[in-house]
Design a binder for this molecule. Structure first.
Ligand SMILES: Cc1cc2nc3c(=O)[nH]c(=O)nc-3n(C[C@H](O)[C@H](O)[C@H](O)COP(=O)(O)OP(=O)(O)OC[C@H]3O[C@@H](n4cnc5c(N)ncnc54)[C@H](O)[C@@H]3O)c2cc1C
Ligand SMILES: NC(=O)c1ccc[n+]([C@@H]2O[C@H](COP(=O)([O-])OP(=O)(O)OC[C@H]3O[C@@H](n4cnc5c(N)ncnc54)[C@H](OP(=O)(O)O)[C@@H]3O)[C@@H](O)[C@H]2O)c1
Length: 385
C-alpha cells in the first residue's frame, strides 16, 4: 500500500496550477433540496499528478454582488488603492473579490467595529478569550455585511478595513478521478453550501464560485494535497475493500474504482452510498452499474434518507447487512469512510462497533478492541470533513 506520493508535488499554495474547467454537470438535477456538482478540470500539459485518495486544494473568489454590498455599506467606490496580502497595491474591489475573507469576520474586525459603534456592539462582551464558544454561537449565520449594516456609524479607511480581514484561503475537495483512467483531468464532486440566516440567502464561497461563477475561461488556482493514508491496497492483493461515502463522500471512491478497474485489482469491493432521493440524487449510478457488470465492484448498497417517512442512512444499511459485513471484515477487509464528520462518521463508527459485537459474538469492550486493532492495522480509514 503506497502511503506517500512518488514525487514532490509540482504545484503548491505559493505556486498553484491555474487550471481551466472542462465540464460541469449537476448531479442533483430535478432535486430542489440541494445542488451537488461534478466538475472535470483540465490538466492537459500541466504536469500535475495525483493519487486516488488525494484532495485538490482550490483557491476561490468571493461573490462580486456581496463585494458591491460591502462597498456600499462602507461608503467606498471600490477604486481606492489598498494592499493585497502580497503587499501589492490593487483596487479595493479586486482585493475584496480575490484576496480577503469577506464572509466570516475576524476578531480584529469585530473589535474595531465595536470600538467605533456609538451604543456599543452586542458582541463586544463575547470578545474575551473565555467566551470563545459564545462568540462562535453568535457568529453562526452572521457575516461581515451583517455587522457593518448593524453599525453604519463605524467608519474605516479602505486600507485599514482590509487590514482587519483574513487572507482568503483554499478549500479542499476529495479527488473523484484516477489518472490511470483520466490522465489529463481531475474530477471533483462538490455540494453547494447554501442556507438562509437573518433573512438573507448565504452561500459558501468556494462551492458557489465553482458552481455558479466560473466558466471555461476562468483560472482555477489549485494544487494537490496528499490523502494521509487514504490509499488502496496494491492491485494484486486479495484484500477486500468496503467503501462508505454518502453525499460528496462518494468522491474518493469514484477515484478508487477507476483506479481498480484500470489496474485490474483482484480483491472484492463493496460500496455504500447514501443521499436524499434515489431518483434525483443517485450520483454516478451508471458507472456503478458498469462496474458491477464488469466485476470491478461486487456490491452496492444504498440508503435514501428522504424517500420514506423515517430516515434511512448508510449506518442502518451497514447494520442490516451486518452478517456479510462481518464476514468481509474477517477476511481482512479495509473499511473506508468519507464525508460528513459531524454526524455521519460517528454514527457509522457506532454501527461498526454494533455489527462487530453482534456478529462477532463480543461484548462492547472486545468490539472496541477489534476496532482499535483495525485502526492499528490501517484497515479502518477515514477522510471526513
Ligand atoms: C479533506 C477534505 C475533503 C473534502 N472534500 C469535499 C468534497 O469532495 N466535496 C465537497 O463538497 N466538500 C468537500 N470538503 C469540504 C470543502 O472543503 C468545503 O469546506 C466546502 O465546500 C464548503 O466551502 P465553501 O467555501 O463553499 O463554504 P464556506 O464559505 O467555507 O462556508 C462554510 C461555512 O458556512 C457556515 N455555514 C454552513 N452552513 C450553515 C448554516 N446552515 N447556518 C449557518 N452557517 C452555516 C459555517 O460557518 C461553515 O463553516 C472537503 C473538506 C476536506 C477537509
Ligand atoms: N455542519 C453540518 O452540520 C454539516 C452536516 C452535513 C453536511 N455538512 C457539509 O455539507 C456539505 C455537503 O454535504 P453532502 O452533500 O456531502 O452530504 P450530507 O449533507 O452529509 O448528506 C448526504 C446524505 O447523508 C445523510 N445523512 C444526514 N445525517 C446523517 C447521519 N447522521 N448519518 C448518515 N447519513 C446522514 C443525508 O440525509 P438527510 O440530509 O436527509 O438527513 C443525506 O442523505 C459538506 O461540505 C459537509 O461537510 C455539514
Amino acid at each position: 500500500m503506497s502511503e506517500t506520493p512518488a514525487t514532490k508535488p509540482k504545484f503548491n499554495r505559493k505556486s498553484p496550477l491555474l487550471a481551466k474547467l472542462k465540464r460541469a454537470e449537476l448531479l442533483t438535477g430535478g432535486c430542489d433540496e440541494k445542488a451537488t456538482w461534478h466538475f472535470d478540470i483540465d490538466l492537459l500539459g500541466s504536469g500535475l499528478e495525483y493519487t486516488p485518495g488525494d484532495s485538490l486544494a482550490v483557491l476561490p473568489q468571493n461573490d462580486p454582488a456581496l463585494v458591491e454590498e460591502l462597498l456600499s455599506a462602507l461608503g467606498f467606490s471600490g477604486e481606492e488603492a489598498v494592499p493585497n496580502p502580497a503587499k501589492e497595491e490593487v483596487p479595493l474591489r479586486q482585493a475584496l473579490v480575490e484576496s480577503y475573507v469577506i464572509t466570516t469576520p475576524d476578531k480584529k474586525l469585530l473589535a474595531a467595529i465595536a470600538e467605533r459603534s456609538t451604543g456599543g456592539a452586542e458582541w463586544a462582551p463575547l470578545l474575551e478569550a473565555e467566551k470563545k464558544a459564545d462568540l462562535a454561537g453568535f457568529l453562526w449565520g452572521r457575516e461581515v455585511i451583517d455587522l457593518l449594516l448593524a453599525h453604519p456609524e463605524a467608519k474605516f479607511e479602505p486600507a485599514e478595513f482590509v487590514g482587519l480581514l483574513k487572507k482568503l484561503n483554499v478549500r479542499l475537495y476529495s479527488i473523484a478521478s484516477s489518472q490511470a483512467a483520466k490522465p489529463d483531468e481531475v474530477h471533483l464532486t462538490v455540494a453547494v453550501v447554501e442556507y438562509e440566516s437573518l433573512g438573507r440567502k448565504r452561500q459558501g464561497v468556494c462551492s458557489s464560485w465553482l458552481a455558479e461563477r466560473i466558466d471555461d475561461t476562468t483560472d482555477i488556482p489549485c494544487f494537490v494535497t496528499p490523502g494521509k493514508g487514504f490509499r488502496l491496497p496494491e492491485p494484486d492483493e486479495e484484500t477486500p475493500v468496503i467503501m462508505c461515502g454518502p453525499g460528496t463522500g462518494i468522491a474518493p471512491f469514484r477515484a478508487f474504482l477507476q483506479e481498480r478497474k484500470a489496474a485490474g485489482a483482484k480483491g472484492p469491493a463493496w460500496l455504500f452510498f447514501g443521499e436524499i432521493h434515489e431518483d434525483t440524487c443517485y450520483f454516478y449510478r451508471e458507472e456503478w452499474d458498469g462496474y458491477l457488470a464488469d466485476g470491478t465492484l461486487d456490491k452496492v448498497t444504498t440508503a435514501w434518507s428522504r424517500d420514506q417517512g423515517e430516515k434511512v442512512y448508510v449506518q442502518h444499511k451497514i447494520v442490516e447487512e451486518g452478517a456479510e459485513f462481518w464476514a468481509w471484515l474477517e477476511r481482512g477487509a479495509i473499511f473506508y469512510v468519507c464525508g460528513d464528520a459531524e454526524r455521519m462518521a460517528p454514527d457509522v463508527d457506532r454501527a461498526l462497533h454494533q455489527i462487530i459485537a453482534e456478529h462477532g459474538g463480543m461484548g462492547a469492550e472486545d468490539a472496541a478492541a477489534y476496532v482499535e486493532q483495525m485502526k492499528a492495522d490501517k484497515r479502518y480509514r477515514r477522510d471526513v470533513y
